[in-house]
Design a binder for this molecule. Structure first.
Ligand code: MLC
Length: 524
């Protein structure tokens, strides 16, 4: 019987020479494919030995992981797949209250956190009923690897169907409550296979080439974990692992690399570096950008400086990748300002009221259907129903058009969002969540959180606050209080205290006026 477990696919693609380098770390350690396969087997063996029962509703046990990036973190993800558990990665920037929410929502059986935060996280995990709490540090420290050490370096990957859950990714929502997007083995495998061909990994391999992926993204979101790592794992490519994006380290490694993936901030930071030029990029075949809109200015400057044309693509936690500019064809087929064409097997439509299709060039809501589309939000059936159209298409929340002046009819351009969402340095921030924390603070009557243009992060979070009658609110204190509660990238970089918020005739806060008023504050 065919095993649809994603790891079965990865295993089938392991290079014949298992001694070949799979991951090279920033400090010069080299992990072979054998290391990856064997270590993930030991970890899977340990996970299986825990004999974690399914929930009464049939859900497989969850493992929540909040650790820094390391090869072992990737091995742990692969081990969770192999053991048939549901992997739930958390951004390391999440603060206590955020982690507490995720633990109570995901109800995991196992939690792995950093040694540095064990004292803080373990009590939260125990309070959420978690029996197994282990730690994993960036330098193979912590309790996890010791627990797995006695287990054999082979493990028969657990049988899973395409529709079985592989991961839950938390995405914050318009209501301020984060939702867990449930991704199946089938979602992940189908997307990885499509990208293997669409982005030329297969062609490169078949032509006898060897891709080297410079991996500078975090390992807890779709971009770094699913798109970048899966691409390399299926391609047998070597990954040069950086713990985080660092211009100097990227410049040092680019001459040895063939593929790089990043958010637009990575590209603007590289362009700010005079040493970044054609020579540094001499072995590169592909630069991919995603997670946030790439400015045409960055696209053009990059082409001028390096001779390479950035390939912009479009994805999200709920759908992994859905649309991409082409790899094959001429670089001129990659169009600045568009996210490209629907990926093979993925259906994308732009609709207006009543799900009526829009004409070419007409702006409407972007919806998607296909094997990449997630199964729904973890234990939120109503939310899931709301986010799907009656005929089963997923409403992305993005607004855009196919075609239009000067663009081929099958190219999608995104022009906005129907949801109130800020994307800062490639991270999604929902204003409602931040507003709910601010509105709870003493002396605050109400607040409006907005995204403002920012030269480094694309957009930055800012807040406009009205104090209660007779109360004073201090902007610096608001920022300091938020730092303890929410991930650092969500904390407003500027806070203004005003007498009132602009409202329209319906009483709705006019955030567009606030965005106009403060538009230039981060400029330059
Ligand atoms: C860090 N800071 C940010 C920030 N990242 N502020 C706003 N937005 C961000 N994204 C702030 C911190 O709060 C801190 O402020 C200061 O910058 C330094 O922190 P740092 O951690 O040292 O920053 P740095 O390493 O420079 O990080 C910036 C970054 C990082 C751009 C390299 O944010 C990053 O790697 N982003 C990628 C996100 C990503 O992977 N997205 C993919 C999501 S998947 P202070 O005041 O405390 O000093 C997805 C789907 C898809 O969206 O399609 O891909």
């Amino acid at each position: 019987m065919k095993n649809d477990n994603l790891y079965a696919l990865i295993e089938s693609r392991l290079p014949r020479d298992l001694a070949a380098p799979c991951i090279e770390t920033h400090d010069g350690l080299v992990y072979s494919w054998r290391d990856l396969h064997f270590a993930s087997a030991r970890l899977a063996g340990w996970l299986a030995s825990l004999e974690l029962p399914r929930d009464p509703d049939g859900s497989a046990a969850r493992i929540v992981v909040q650790v820094e990036k390391s090869p072992e973190a990737l091995m742990l993800y692969l081990a969770a797949l192999r053991a048939g558990l549901v992997y739930v990665p958390l951004n390391t920037a999440y603060q206590r209250a955020e982690v507490e929410y995720f633990l109570n929502d995901a109800r995991p059986a196992v939690v792995v956190c950093t040694p540095a935060r064990a004292r803080e996280i373990e009590p939260l995990a125990r309070a959420a009923g978690v029996q197994h709490v282990l730690t994993l540090g960036e330098r193979r420290d912590g309790t996890l690897l010791g627990a797995a050490a006695p287990f054999p370096d082979s493990f028969a990957t657990v049988q899973r169907g395409a529709d079985d859950l592989a991961a839950i990714l938390y995405t914050s929502g318009t209501t301020g409550r984060s939702k867990g997007a449930m991704l199946t083995h089938g979602n992940l495998a189908s997307n990885a296979l499509v990208l293997d061909e669409f982005w030329g990994f297969k062609e490169e391999r078949e032509a006898g080439g060897h891709d080297v992926l410079l991996h500078a993204l975090p390992l807890f979101h779709v971009h770094g974990l699913f798109v970048a790592s899966h691409a390399a794992l299926l391609a047998g490519a070597t990954m040069l692992f950086l713990p985080k994006f660092d211009v100097r380290q990227v410049l040092e490694r680019l001459p040895r690399s063939t593929v790089f993936m990043g958010v637009p901030t990575y590209y603007t930071r590289l362009l700010a570096e005079p040493r970044f030029d054609r020579h540094v990029c001499r072995n590169m075949r592909l630069f991919i950008s995603g997670s946030a809109p790439l400015l045409a200015e960055t696209f053009n400057e990059f082409r001028k400086r390096t001779g390479h044309t950035i390939l912009e693509r479009y994805g999200m936690s709920e759908t992994i990748m859905l649309v991409s500019n082409p790899y094959f064809g001429t670089p001129r087929d990659r169009l600045a300002g568009t996210v490209g064409v629907p990926l093979p097997g993925v259906n994308v439509r732009v609709v207006k009221e009543g799900n009526e299709p829009c004409a070419t060039g007409e702006i409407g809501d972007v919806q998607v259907r296909g094997p990449n589309v997630f199964k729904g939000y973890w234990r939120m059936p109503e939310k899931t129903r709301e986010e799907f159209a009656e005929d089963g298409w997923f409403k992305t929340g993005d607004v855009g058009a196919f075609g239009g002046p000067g663009k081929p009819d099958n190219y999608l351009t995104l022009v906005g969002r129907s949801k109130d969402l800020i994307i800062s340095g490639g991270y999604n921030v929902y204003p409602k969540e931040i507003e709910s924390y601010i509105d709870e603070m003493a002396g605050v009557a109400e607040s409006a959180v907005i995204g403002l243009p920012h030269p480094d992060f694309g957009e930055a979070v800012a807040a406009v606050i009205v104090a209660r009658h007779g109360a004073t609110v201090d902007a610096a204190q608001v920022i300091a209080a938020l730092r303890d509660k929410i991930a650092n990238y969500k904390v407003p970089k500027r806070v203004w205290i005003v007498d009132e918020l602009p409202r329209n005739a319906m009483g709705k806060v006019q955030k567009n006026l606030l965005r106009d008023r403060y538009a230039g504050v981060f400029a330059g």
